[in-house]
Structures are given as structure tokens and as C-alpha cells.
Design a protein around this ligand. Structure first.
Ligand code: PLP
Length: 397
């Protein structure tokens, strides 16, 4: 009998931990049966892509912008990205420093593919974005996690990251603002880490997917903060800031030979992102700050609503995140861990939240609530969470 055989890459993806979405999968099954489930587990903006961007894309479709595009990306988009980088930074950025990818995920996959071999070590602070796991699994990287402890608000600890960098480390990947915690690295921290990594001959990659969703202070990109740029890569995209997750548009900003390598990678694997999408993305970056601000203000109101309500529920606590689309709620006083809480909350009250464990050991006693739900749904969900906790929910052994 024919026995199909697969690559190590595919095998690594196949054997990945399916438990990550277990509670959410169960929530979907309940909703399919007609139950009134409130979903607070996803990081997909619940806004429509702003109308002017849709109009622009339709217009570009209408004039035949439906063909192949350059592997690096359309010049108009690379220029828009470079202009934004240049505006906030002392380091001028050229369109030649930018490579466009179909989404942040693909940009991360491309960058790590170009920088590391299987078995090589990458240092990543945790809690970290769940989506890194399949990528580092597929590329068979040795991931060394560095804790950002919950009791310090999950703040970046540059000293711990520096200490984790050893002889075998090839790269460090940070995410600022962080999914799931909303923590932001300061410009000083970024500068210090970039210089240290450079001294140690280590790449520093910064995933800045939530750069435009910050509340108290503006985001500073690694590229702006770093003194020297030759070991530095910044990844960003439009999925969150412009509610364009389904358009699949992200990019990497780098320097010199890495840019050439990324273009070669993009040429081999993507062969150019759709023209009309890239042009609409350039339009979005140049003209749509009004909508970005509106969405950001809504996220901020939702954050405040959650933080205020959670603060009044005995046994629950949370930090008010500075940025991003999530609030991490500490449930250790009322439940064995985040997983037990999430599962029992779904059973009892039909609210779906994400357990913290898949984000890393520092988040085990937490659940993640999304800001991508409107205030009425959030209020209803918080009523249910309050009833669940005040009603004596669990703390099972
Ligand atoms: C921190 C972080 N990086 C990257 C991504 C992936 O972005 P994209 O949807 O553009 O692939 C996400 C999506 O949730 C994210 O939260």
C-alpha cells in the first residue's frame, strides 16, 4: 500500500498543539446550535474596512490593476511606507528598504526563513503572539522564551532579554505593542537592545502590527529608536490599524543585503501581491488617518469599559493596557488557571475568552478579552462574567 510521506516542515505543522483554540472551537459549536454565545476571543477588528479604501480598490480594479506586480511590492506602496517611517525617524527610509508581503504572518515567515536555519536559536519574550508558534515550529527553530512577569504588568525587561542571548542565539524577536498584553517597549529600551544585539552579532526583529493602536503615548518603532540599522528588521501591516485583516497586506523594513534576500524569498513564494490591494493600501496609509483615529478611540473606550468593570468584580484584576486590542484578566483568585476559567465560563454563561496558557507560562493564570467587540456586547459579556464569578464559579482542584 502507498504510504504518503511528508516533509519535516509539514510534520511540524501537523503535530502542532490543537488545544489553543479548544474553548473557542467549542464556543462555535454551541453558536452553531443556536446558543447565544458572546465571542471575546478573536483579534480581528469588528469594523468594516473604511469606505474610501473600498472605493479606491474598486476604482483600481476597474482600470485593470489585476496583474502581476514586482516581487518587492508596488513602488507607490513602498514609497508610502517609507514616507511614514521617514516622518517619525531620524533615519531616512527609502522605498528600497521595504518589501511587501501578503500579511504580517507571511512577512514574519519570510524574515525568519531568510535569517535562521533549522535548529538555530531565537529569543522571544513571552507572553507572545500565538501565531509565532506554527512559524517557529515549521522552521524548526530553537525558541528560547524570556518571561515578562504578570506581577510587573508584563512590562519588557530588557536585562532579561539581554541575559538570554547566548553564543547560540542568532536572532531576537520582540513584539511592540504586545499581543496579548498591550505592553510597549520604550525608545530607550529599543535603542539599548538593538545596540546590544548588534554587538553580539544577533538580528533584532520587531513585530509592530499594533503600532497604530496605542492609547496613552505614541508608538516608537525599533527603526526610529535604534542607532544603527544593519541588524534591525521591522514588520508591520494594515490588518489591525485599518481593519483590513482579510486584504492580507503586511511588510518588512530592513537594510542592505537582507532586503535583496527578502525580495528573492518573496519572488519564490508569492510572486507579487495583488496590484489593486497594494494601491488601496498606499491610499489607506496616505489618506485614512481619520478612520484609524476613530477606530483607535473606540478601542480605547472599550478598554476603559473592560478595565472599570473587571476592577469591580471581586477576585478578578487586570492592568489597563497602553495599546493593542486586548485586556489580560488575572483569574488566579477564582480559578485553578485561565484554561479552567475559560472553559467553565463558556459552560455556565456562554462567553468565549481565550486562556492565557498558549501565549506563554507568564500568562497561565490569565484569560484574554478582545476589544474587537462593540460596547453593547462587551457590557453583556461583562454582566455574565460578573454573575459567573460572584455566583461562586469555580476554584476547582
Ligand atoms: C502580534 C501579531 N503579529 C502578527 C500578526 C499577523 O498579522 P496578519 O493578520 O497581517 O498576518 C498578528 C495577528 O493577530 C499579531 O497579533
Amino acid at each position: 500500500m502507498y504510504a504518503p510521506r511528508f516533509s519535516k516542515l509539514s510534520q511540524a505543522l501537523h503535530s502542532a498543539d490543537a488545544d489553543v483554540w479548544a474553548v473557542s472551537d467549542r464556543a462555535h459549536q454551541l453558536a452553531d446550535k443556536g446558543e447565544d454565545v458572546i465571542f471575546l476571543c478573536v483579534g480581528d477588528p469588528n469594523f468594516d474596512t473604511p469606505e474610501p479604501i473600498l472605493d479606491f480598490a474598486r476604482a483600481r480594479l476597474g482600470v485593470g490593476r489585476t496583474h502581476y506586480s514586482p516581487a518587492a511590492g508596488e513602488l507607490v506602496l513602498r514609497r508610502a511606507i517609507a514616507d511614514i517611517e521617514s516622518k517619525v525617524s531620524d533615519h531616512p527610509c527609502s522605498p528600497d528598504d521595504v518589501v511587501v508581503f501578503p500579511g504580517g504572518t507571511n512577512a514574519i515567515f519570510g524574515v525568519l526563513s531568510c535569517l535562521l536555519n533549522p535548529g538555530e536559536q531565537i529569543v522571544i519574550p513571552e507572553p507572545m503572539y500565538i501565531g509565532y508558534v506554527p512559524i517557529t515550529d515549521a522552521l524548526q527553530l530553537d525558541v528560547k522564551k524570556v518571561s515578562c512577569p504578570a506581577d510587573k504588568g508584563f512590562a519588557f525587561e530588557i536585562e532579561s532579554i539581554k541575559q538570554a542571548i547566548g553564543e547560540d542565539t542568532r536572532a531576537v524577536m520582540i513584539n511592540t505593542p504586545v499581543n496579548p498584553t498591550g505592553a510597549m517597549a520604550t525608545p530607550e529600551q529599543l535603542r539599548e537592545l538593538a545596540a546590544y544585539c548588534r554587538e553580539r552579532g544577533v538580528w533584532l526583529i520587531s513585530d509592530e502590527m499594533y503600532s497604530m493602536i496605542t492609547f496613552a503615548r505614541r508608538h516608537t518603532s525599533l527603526r526610529t529608536a535604534a542607532e544603527k540599522l544593519d541588524n534591525v528588521v521591522v514588520i508591520d501591516g494594515l490588518s489591525k490599524s485599518h481593519a483590513m485583516s482579510g486584504w492580507r497586506l503586511g511588510w518588512a523594513v530592513a537594510q542592505g543585503e537582507l532586503v535583496e534576500r527578502l525580495i528573492e524569498y518573496a519572488g519564490a513564494t508569492i510572486f507579487g501581491c495583488p496590484q489593486f490591494i497594494q494601491e488601496a493600501a498606499a491610499f489607506a496609509l496616505e489618506f485614512d488617518t481619520y478612520f484609524v483615529k476613530q477606530m483607535r478611540d473606540a478601542y480605547e473606550r472599550r478598554r476603559d469599559l473592560i478595565v472599570e468593570r473587571i476592577g469591580k468584580i471581586p477576585g478578578l484584576s487586570c492592568y489597563s493596557p497602553e495599546a493593542g486590542m486586548f485586556v489580560m484578566v488575572n483569574v488566579s483568585a477564582v480559578a485553578q488557571d485561565g484554561e479552567a476559567f475559560a472553559s467553565a465560563l463558556l459552560d455556565a454563561e456562554r462567553v468565549s475568552v481565550l486562556p492565557g496558557k498558549p501565549f506563554g507560562p507568564s500568562a497561565v493564570n490569565h484569560v484574554r478579552l478582545t476589544l474587537a467587540a462593540d460596547e453593547a456586547d462587551l457590557s453583556r459579556a461583562l454582566d455574565r462574567i460578573e454573575r459567573f464569578v460572584v455566583g461562586g464559579c469555580l476554584k476547582a482542584g
